[in-house]
Design a protein around this ligand. Sequence first.
Ligand code: AR6
Length: 171
Amino acid sequence: MDDERLKVVTGDITVQDVDVIVNAANGSLLGGGGVDGAIHSAAGQGLLEECRTLGGCGVGEAKATAGYQLAAAHVIHTVGPVYGRHDGAEPDLLAACYRNSLSLADELGATSIAFPGISTGVYGYPKHEAADIAVGTIREYLRSHPGSSLADIRLVAFSKSDAQIISPALL
Ligand code: AR6
């Protein structure tokens, strides 16, 4: 079933004009490379200071902070699975990242949210498989949460070639 609330956009997630940006973090929540590094540098030092108070985050879980210097009011930090390190539980853990982030965004009353390709960089998740899980999990969430405040859900591809991988998952 098609849902106009979900779309693929190409670009840098840090400049998305949305209520919530999702960060593909690591368990320490203390920053890193990739999209995590980009979000921390765009948000500024306040983000790291708040992250230090959170006590880390488990794989598949999600925790929220303010957005500081980002256009987004909130950042939801989630920790994706490292591909091949979870004895076959990778798909469930990746789905949990999306589901728990959406649920937290709803608790915050957000209407718009932007996701990066969680686990598809250093954590090695194959991009086609990850895109199918992202789209399937988001659609299932929207179906099972008719009262969701979310009206604009973006899967942010960092390059045109990534957009070409993700877009067919929406068909
Ligand atoms: N905007 C949108 N997407 C981006 C951006 C950006 N600015 N930068 C990278 N991507 P990764 P992971 C894409 O490695 O695999 C960090 O060091 C990138 O092309 O950032 O979940 C954390 O601290 C890729 O498709 O996250 C962890 O240690 C996707 O974002 C670890 O990396 C995710 O790539 C997490 O690894």
